[in-house]
Structures are given as C-alpha cells and as structure tokens.
Design a protein around this ligand. Structure first.
Ligand SMILES: [Zn+2]
Ligand SMILES: [Zn+2]
Length: 382
C-alpha cells in the first residue's frame, strides 16, 4: 500500500484547500468542480448536476462482473464561525467544515485514484459525492433525481470520521447506527382577550403549559423501556402583555428515535394528546410534524462484511450502541443494503466534537479511510 502513502501529501493539500473554501448545502459549486477535475484526471467517467451540485464518478473493473458498489462522501460545510486559527482555516466567515466532510471528499478521491490505477475487479464502483447532508437531505434529492436508476448499486457504504473513537479505529454495527430526527411545531389557537375576563377567552398559555407536561410523559409511558427515544420541547412562544390573554401560543421541539415503530407511536400519542387539549381548554391545535431524517439502519450482512474488511486494514470494533445524531445516508440505506461506518478521529489532539468551532479533520487517519474504501470495493467486486 505504499502507493497510498505517495498520494497523501497531494490529498492532504486538497483536503485543506476544500477546508479553506467551504460551501454550504446545494452551493458546493467550487468543491464539485474540483472533485470532477480530480476524477477526470484519474480517467474516471463523471456525471454532474445530480441534486444540484451532486456528482457521480463511474469506474468499471477490468474483469467481467455484474455487481456494483456505491461509495458515498458528503461535500457540504456548516454555518459556523471557525475558531481553530489553523493556517488552512476557512476564508469564508461563518462557513466552516465542522463535520469533516472535507476529509470525506479527500479520502474518497484517494480511493478513486488507487482503484483507477489498478482496476483489477469485477463490476462497477460508483463514487457518489452528495451535497447538503447537514439537514437539507441532499441524499434524498439525488435519489429523487434517479441516482440508483442511473447508477445501479447493489451495495452502498459511507464513511464518517468520529471524534472520541481512537484514531484509525473503524467501527460499525448491524441495525440502527444513527437516530431518526423529527421536528414538530404545535400552534395552540384561542381567541385573545382581556386577562380579567377569562371566561370569554380560551387560555392558550394554560393549554400550552398542560401540553408540555403531557408530551413529557410519552417517552416514559408509551415507549417500551427497552427501546430508546428522546422528546425535547425546545421552544414556547406566546404572549406580550400582563393584561392580555394571547390568541396563540407555539410549542416546538424534536423527537429522536431508532425504530420506525417507536417513531410512529410517539407521533400517534402526540396527535391524541392534542385532541384532549382541544377538549379540555377550548383551543384549536395545529400540528406540523416533520420527519426530516429517518434512522440510519445498517444491513446486518453489509455491516458484518464491513467489519471483516476493516480488520484487514486497521483495528475494527463492533459499535456497542447507536448515536442519537442523524445522517441523511439513511435515505440511501432505505433504497439499498449497505452500512454507515465510523472512522476514529482520535481521543487526544483531535477530540473536538463534530460541529464544534475548534474541530478539524485529522489528516492522520486519511490513509486508513482510503484503504478501507479500496478494500470494501475489492471485497464486494472481488
Ligand atoms: Zn454534521
Ligand atoms: Zn457529517
């Protein structure tokens, strides 16, 4: 694997260039152009403009084969002001690669170079560079625009750097690895009126107070104790004067789950409670419940294969539990069997968490990430 070591200085420079020039979701024009140029320089066929800025590189092996593999990297940055003071820190104030997607791009481009230089495999590798992972669902948009129809993949993998896991350790698990993320907004609508004449004005404030209490019983009373879920109410807006009963109060928050049945149960209980609130307080309730990212569910066989392959390139370990954060690779895993894999970023030096202004991708794990991508391809298309 010495050839990977030879590529590293170039790939580290590329990673830092992308870091210095971060772009938010669906605006990754410069990043996508750099990726397209790199892929073409490796002799890889490039298809651009899938999901706005998304692109796919297609590499066929020299041996006859019908299997196909998708390897995905996300490209977008976050709306955070970087505070690392590194020489390659963001040049765009308020925009920052705080989730290491710059590193994901560099690792997948490295794997593309290695595989293109020695395409001794049977079948096709699709290098998927997706936009807008951070909350905007770029993966879903690429799928809606025909990603898997145009570029068949009978297995998909994605690698995400993972602070807190020892540098270079590779970890994944069968089943749920990341949570589903839902957000809700509830409008409680009364009439509005004088605070001294409560009999004429349904009290949306009191209704909201009761609702907050009731919603906080869902996880403890309606979700099985062996399942995991979080419901957090994070917003209440309403009222502006001491002598006015407001006409409307808004209550909002988030729900995180790992099992679609639990997710369904929570939404169902919320809707039932709103009917009770309407009857009790004479207000009207309007619920906007948005399931924006589903849970990321690994195929058991794909996860087992990933761990087996990972053990040939680095230290591999079964992840004991899923993470409560979410990931839009979940949409790809709803379409195709595959697995989401964590690459340890380090416990010291590179321990700043994802989305923290002091975070930086650890270039020291880049070689391991490239080797894993290459080994996954050679294994599935062997
Ligand atoms: Zn992120
Ligand atoms: Zn990320």
């Amino acid at each position: 694997m010495s050839e990977i070591a030879d590529l590293l200085p170039d790939l580290v420079a590329l990673r830092r260039d992308i870091h210095q020039n971060p772009e938010l979701g669906f605006c990754e024009h410069r990043t996508a152009a750099r990726i397209a140029a790199e892929l073409r320089a490796s002799g890889i066929e490039v298809h651009e403009g899938i999901g706005t800025t998304g692109l796919v590189g297609v590499l066929k092996g020299t041996r006859e084969g019908t299997r196909s593999l998708g390897l995905r990297a996300d490209m977008d940055a976050l709306p955070i002001h970087e505070q690392t003071n590194l020489p390659w820190a963001s040049r765009t104030p308020g925009t920052f690669h705080g989730c290491g997607h710059d590193g994901h791009v560099a690792m997948l481009l490295g794997a593309a170079r290695v595989l293109a230089a020695d395409p001794d495999f049977a079948g096709t590798v699709n290098f998927i560079f997706q936009p807008a992972e951070e909350g905007q669902g770029g993966a879903r948009v690429m799928i809606e625009e025909g990603l898997f129809d145009r570029f068949p993949c009978d297995r998909v993998y994605a690698l995400h750097n993972w602070p807190g896991l020892p540098a270079g350790t590779i970890s994944t698990r069968p089943g749920a690895i990341m949570g589903a993320a839902d957000k809700f907004r509830i409008a409680l609508v009364g009439k509005g009126g004088h605070a001294a004449i409560p009999q004429d004005s349904p009290d949306a404030i009191l209704a909201a107070a009761s609702l907050v209490q009731q919603l906080n019983t869902i996880v403890s009373r309606a979700v099985p104790p062996y399942a995991a879920a979080v419901l957090s109410i994070t917003e209440i807006h309403g009222g502006h004067a001491h002598n006015v009963i407001p006409a409307e109060v808004m209550v909002g928050g988030t729900v995180r789950t790992f099992d679609p049945a639990v997710q369904d149960r929570i939404e169902e209980r919320m809707r039932a409670m709103l009917k009770g609130i309407e009857a009790s307080f004479e207000v009207e309730c309007a619920l906007d419940y948005d399931r924006y990212y589903p849970a990321t569910i690994n195929d058991p066989q794909a996860a087992a294969d990933a761990l087996e392959v990972a053990a040939t390139v680095a230290r591999a370990e079964l992840a004991p539990e899923p993470a409560p954060t979410s990931e839009d690779f979940s949409f790809m895993l709803q379409q195709r069997p595959g697995a989401y894999i964590w690459l340890g970023q380090g416990t010291q030096g590179h321990a700043a968490p994802l989305h923290n202004p002091h975070y930086d991708f650890n270039d020291g794990v880049m070689e391991t990430g490239i080797r894993l991508h290459v080994a996954l391809a050679r294994h599935w298309l062997g």
